[in-house]
Design a protein. Structure first.
Length: 438
């Protein structure tokens, strides 16, 4: 996830990138070439518990690709705190990698820079066809009606992770299905001396993911149908307040979590300090921190009432990582072969098992390895009750502006300052004023 500083700088950089055309690299026109057919540079996002874990997962697979093709892949695993700024700098300078991972929520923003290779029918045909990928993953690859800016690599969904022993000690027999139930369960848990629910209050991206879901559950969107920012409607304000009130009013999120931004809430859960965690595809992360899968359960993220589904029953954003190619690569054929390799059925099974994510490739997703009960919750969520974040060019600025507003509201809650409808609306108004004029 991105740090606050990185996100803020990213918004400024993106405004420059949108006005620029990628230059340099593979050809004078920025159209790509095959001048360096034996090497590739790959920027991978930090998916594991550490960069060292990612290198351990990826290096054997990249060596396999080299044995198959003769193309050597130079790997750099980029922390989430740096990734967006690194990409945006590369789009303006033209000096970037050949292939890179992007958060799927950034697809439309990065598409608008013109720096990424469009995945038209011809390019999809080179990797086996567009119909190999599930629809939910393709929905977060760029603006509707345009050729995708990237190809799905890992799919994820949010779920509620809960500590079985803490629940049993508190006399709770099943995970909460609604927010009211979660709050009531949280009080029982706190009575046993444990923390109820973890959060990353200073993490801009985590904030956006959660308030997006709450907004959907209130029947609201952050953008109008024609793509204009709309952050201050009553339903949006109520949704943001409901999320922050989990700390400010309901007291189920500890005040100290207002400062969390580097997965500390995951560590608290893994170490048995916190009973519940809202996270995306957390199994591999928890295992790397020594938590046995038998010690926790996984359930759908709560809704306001009823059961998860579409419309106001959405309970996750469509999370995931996409694989993109810089349009001005100097190994265009090799980059395409690499995308085909990474999205091949075999690699999809290997990589998504390693990261406890869901393959966005249909054949791999059908593998028995992804049919365990915990994984089924994530698959069902993606298939039936997840929605893509707005695929608009201003999405990155939206994440920065609103995510920072939520961070500030959590800071107010932690400091004992009142979080009121008026104060929430004031911060969202300021966030909307930071968006590009239409």
């Amino acid at each position: 996830m991105r740090s606050i500083r990185a996100a803020a700088v990213g918004a400024v950089t993106l405004s420059l990138a949108l006005a620029a055309t990628a230059c340099g690299g593979g050809s004078a026109t920025g159209g790509g070439s095959n001048d360096s057919p034996k090497t590739l540079t790959y920027w991978a996002s930090n998916q594991g518990a550490s960069i060292a874990v990612d290198k351990k997962v990826l290096r054997p697979e990249l060596d396999k690709f080299e044995r198959q093709t003769g193309i050597k892949v130079k790997l750099e695993v980029v922390p989430w705190s740096d990734l967006l700024n690194r990409i945006l700098t590369a789009t303006t300078s033209g000096q970037g990698p050949d292939v890179l991972n992007i958060g799927n929520t950034w697809s439309a923003s990065l598409q608008a820079t013109g720096a990424l290779l469009p995945w038209d029918a011809k390019n999809f045909a080179k990797i086996g066809g567009k119909d190999r990928f599930v629809d939910s993953a393709l929905g977060s690859t760029g603006v509707t009606g345009k050729d995708p800016a990237a190809v799905p690599l890992y799919s994820m969904a949010y779920a509620l992770y809960y500590n079985k022993k803490i629940f049993a000690d508190a006399g709770i027999e099943q995970p909460p299905a609604t927010w009211d139930e979660l709050i009531a369960d949280g009080k029982k848990i706190q009575a046993t001396g444990k923390q109820a629910l973890g959060a990353e209050g200073s993490n801009v991206s985590e904030n956006i993911h959660h308030v997006f879901v709450f907004a959907k559950q209130h029947g609201a969107d952050f953008f109008t149908p024609d793509g204009k920012a709309d952050f201050t409607g009553d339903k949006v304000v109520a949704a943001v307040k409901q999320y922050v009130d989990l700390m400010a009013k309901d007291k189920v999120i500890p005040p100290g979590n207002a400062e969390y931004a580097q997965n500390q809430s995951v560590s608290d859960f893994a170490k048995g300090r916190t009973a519940m965690l809202l996270w995306q595809s957390a199994a591999a992360n928890l295992a790397s921190q020594g938590m046995d899968a038998a010690d926790y359960g996984i359930a759908p993220v709560p809704v306001r009432s009823g059961t998860p589904g579409t419309g106001t029953q959405v309970n996750s954003m469509v999370a995931g990582i996409n694989l993109a190619v810089f349009k001005n690569t100097d190994n265009l054929d090799g980059a395409t072969r690499f995308v085909k390799f990474m999205t091949g059925d075999e690699e999809q099974r290997i990589l998504n098992k390693a990261y406890s994510s869901i393959p966005p490739v249909r054949a791999a997703q059908a593998d028995a390895a992804f049919s365990a009960p915990a994984t089924t919750v994530l698959k069902d969520t993606l298939a039936t009750s997840a929605a893509a974040l707005p695929q608009v060019a201003d999405e990155s600025q939206f994440e920065t502006a609103v995510g920072t507003a939520v961070k500030e509201l959590f800071a107010d809650a932690a400091a004992g300052r009142p979080v009121t409808t008026a104060s929430v609306k004031a911060k969202l108004t300021r966030a909307q004023q930071q968006m590009p004029a239409k």
